[in-house]
Design a binder for this molecule. Structure first.
Ligand code: ZN
Length: 344
């Protein structure tokens, strides 16, 4: 089968497309899915580049997001038929530990993400536990399902399950173009919040406006965006800050939060380590709330909202699987608003 293989860490040129990778066989409880669309996440770039301690089984197939059709069933799998259209929950869990048993699959002691801790989606077929599948209605495209999966379950879990956002609250999203941020913006609007967005360009801010953002601020605004937001909202600060930028912005996020505010984080595009002023934390009664991915029930909930048309996958570019190197370069350029989808 056709697959994208990584033999060693490095730039996009390290991604090799081959046509003769062996087709994997599903084990008990597993399903083989014929992948029709895969979507990129910044995670794919980090895995490709590598970090201290990362361990991949080479050759490694990257990719967390995919959708497709059921291709073969392993022993003991019921409820699915070959040809069924499916979306794939990208969180891999053991299904047996105390966290899994209580519905927190994303806290599993053997937690993993497709394409990071195990073979990923950038291939013609993939093996996946049957419990990760969700039936995909005919009116939703493979590209939309793939583009939505990781970012929407991550944003839903962060904003709704962990962050507990409520109607009437103000939510500030630091960054406009990334997949999790565009998902967070839509979820905050759907929840009845007033949404502020910080963006690096007028173009990205205009696209955030089109998705429903109420107030837009340029990242490079004179005097700094934190002050600009603070003045816009009447020197009170915002109830919730969504900060997945990390080192470059976290202190401004703490400053921009209102008393009792929550700062939600699921990642750090500018680096993981940051010195924070603890006086802000206790003096303003702040909560810093982290999470990664989401439980399967959150995946089902948010994907059904997508299927109902209440949320939309934002797709910025679509390329064939053969052009995976170019897709990675596009993602790294930061010039694309929304998801990059690979057609398989
Ligand atoms: Zn588990």
């Amino acid at each position: 089968m056709k697959a994208v293989l990584l033999y060693e860490h490095g730039p996009a040129e390290k991604l090799q497309v081959v046509n003769d990778h062996p087709v994997p066989e599903p084990g008990p409880g597993q399903v083989r899915v014929r992948v029709r669309a895969a979507a990129l996440n910044y995670l794919d770039v980090w895995v490709r580049n590598g970090w201290p301690g990362i361990k991949l089984d080479y050759p490694h197939i990257p990719g967390a997001d995919a959708s497709g059709t059921v291709d073969a069933l392993g022993a003991g799998v019921n409820g699915w038929q070959v040809g069924d259209r499916v979306a794939i929950d990208p969180t891999v869990s053991c299904g047996e530990c105390a966290y899994c048993q209580s519905g927190w699959q994303n806290r599993c002691v053997r937690f993993g993400i497709l394409g990071e801790h195990r073979s990923g989606t950038n291939a013609e077929t993939i093996i996946i536990p049957a419990r990760n599948l969700l039936a995909l209605p005919d009116h939703v495209s493979f590209a939309e399902a793939a583009a939505a999966s990781l970012v929407f379950v991550t944003a839903w879990h962060s904003l709704i399950t962990r962050g507990g956002i409520r109607p009437g609250e103000s939510v500030l999203i630091v960054g406009a173009g990334g997949g999790v941020n565009t998902a967070s913006l839509q979820i905050a609007k759907l929840a009845g919040c007033t949404v502020y967005v910080i963006g690096s360009s007028d173009e990205k801010l205009a696209q955030a406006r089109a998705l429903g953002a109420d107030h837009l601020v340029r990242r490079d605004v004179e005097g700094g965006w934190s002050r600009a937001i603070y003045q816009m909202i009447g020197k009170r600060g915002v109830d919730v800050v969504v900060d997945n930028v990390g080192a470059a912005t976290l202190n401004d996020s703490l400053r921009t939060a209102a008393r009792g505010g929550r700062i939600l984080t699921v990642g750090n595009t500018t680096g993981p380590k940051v010195e924070i002023d603890n006086r802000l934390m206790f003096g303003k009664h702040l909560s810093l709330i982290g999470s990664t991915m989401g439980p399967h029930q959150d995946y089902v909930t948010v994907m059904n909202l997508l299927f109902e048309g209440k949320l939309q996958a934002v797709i910025g570019a679509t390329l064939p699987l053969d052009e995976v190197q170019e897709a990675h370069r596009l993602l790294e350029s930061g010039d694309v608003f929304g998801k990059i989808v690979l057609e398989v």
